[in-house]
Design a protein around this ligand. Structure first.
Ligand SMILES: [Zn+2]
Length: 400
């Protein structure tokens, strides 16, 4: 399938360097972006679907790198179905499982955690709620796992591990297992801050500096933050990625973002939601955190967006998150909300407003075009201007 987006007011790349791309058109074919900027009229005519953005702005599809996925599109914590599909209406095109720790009665022995990771990985390879890419099968590190287990999991395709659920006498005991995971090319993430589940202890900077994970998971607390002085230690004494989450401590999210900016290390800043949790289901969480950085923090919205897209893609080795030829064709079209004081999505974010999501394309396929079920309506008219495919791309017919 070939898809074109034309008449864009701006294109945000998702990269910290060159965050804006000149031009007004994006072309996609067979699930990937083929050209960005300008295009011949003929190339647009050859597309099966053309989306007229009406002057609205393209950003890469958001990558939420901390989602509490279980099985199916269901959250046991909030006993709700359909949340992932709902996140697509918040501009999220990719979710990364924060481990399947919320699965009721989840196993804690080595064979059980291995089976859980492999089953989750393989289920979500065949299941895309609302078109979303879901990366699941995040191995929960438990005592008793040995190197042959990591080798077996690597061969099965498992590529993520999660530490931090009370299993060991002290958090320092995770260090050898995280090293094994790295040896087997797995990306490691460690819970950071106060305890999130009864019985688990706090994990602070000193623990993380010795465990050496790839990602400090919710560095701003999930939901309770570590001590103030620990943030500069993580920024200055390590090179791990530091993930800030919507369902965490807002003040320290801004603090750590500033510390990274001042150290010229913004590539390490990742945005995620850490939901669904006790804090709820937050389909617009990624947009809220981007708006917090762009309004309360000192970040241009393009750079805050990069923390939610290109930075996550780089740390998690994904082909999305950046609008460039050869990348996955995952794009959101955003605008200022109808009735607001601002006239475009980037000004709205600077103002502390969330933008309206007017369309989401995943893998080159429009998932909805017109307006999101979850944001207010965009000011500009975003529509399918031509389609040779017999399909209504509104995604939410009841709004018509
Ligand atoms: Zn979490």
């Amino acid at each position: 399938m070939r898809t074109a987006i034309v008449n864009l007011g701006a294109i945000v790349s998702g990269e910290l360097v060159s965050p804006r791309i000149a031009g007004d058109t994006i072309l996609m074919a067979s699930g990937q972006i083929t050209s960005v900027g300008t295009s011949s009229a003929r190339a647009v005519e050859e597309c099966e679907v053309v989306i007229d953005a009406g002057g609205a702005i393209a950003i890469p599809g958001l990558i939420d790198s901390h989602v509490h996925i279980a099985f199916g599109d269901y959250t046991p914590r909030q006993k709700t179905v359909g949340f992932l599909e709902s996140y697509v209406h918040g501009g999220v095109t990719t979710s990364i499982s924060a481990s399947e720790v919320h699965v009721p009665g989840r196993p804690k022995d080595p064979i059980g955690v291995k089976a859980l990771a492999i089953a989750a990985l393989k289920c979500f390879q065949n299941f895309r709620p609302g078109g979303m890419r879901v990366h699941a099968g995040n191995l929960i590190l438990e005592p008793g796992l040995i190197e042959s287990d990591f080798a077996e999991l690597e061969a099965a395709g498992v590529w993520m591990v999660k530490a931090g659920f009370v299993a060991f006498p002290t958090p320092y005991d995770y260090a050898p297992m995280v090293a094994l995971a790295r040896k087997h090319r797995m990306i490691s993430m460690v819970h950071t801050g106060g305890s999130s589940i009864p019985g688990s202890s706090g994990i602070w900077a000193d623990h993380l500096l010795k465990i050496k994970p790839d990602v400090s998971y919710h560095v701003n607390g999930g939901p309770i933050a570590m001590p103030e002085a620990d943030f500069s230690r993580l920024v200055n004494e390590s090179d791990m990625a530091l993930q800030i989450c919507t369902a965490g401590n807002l003040r320290t999210a801004l603090l750590v973002s500033d510390l990274l900016a001042n150290a010229d290390q913004l590539g390490r800043l990742l945005i995620a939601t850490d939901t669904p949790t006790g804090s709820g289901i937050m389909p617009l969480g990624m947009l809220y955190t981007i708006s917090h950085l762009a309004s309360l923090g000192k970040f241009e919205p393009e750079l805050a967006s990069a923390a939610a897209t290109g930075n996550n893609a780089k740390v998690y080795r994904l082909n999305g998150g950046i609008i460039a030829p050869g990348r996955d064709a995952d794009i959101s079209i955003v605008d200022a909300c109808l009735g607001g004081s601002q006239s475009d999505a980037l000004s709205a974010l600077r103002n502390g407003d969330i933008p309206a999501v007017g369309a989401v394309v995943i893998g080159g396929v429009p998932r909805f075009v017109g307006r999101s079920r979850n944001t207010p309506e965009p000011q500009k008219r975003i529509r399918v201007s031509r389609s040779t495919i017999l399909h209504d791309f509104s995604g939410n017919a009841e709004l018509r």
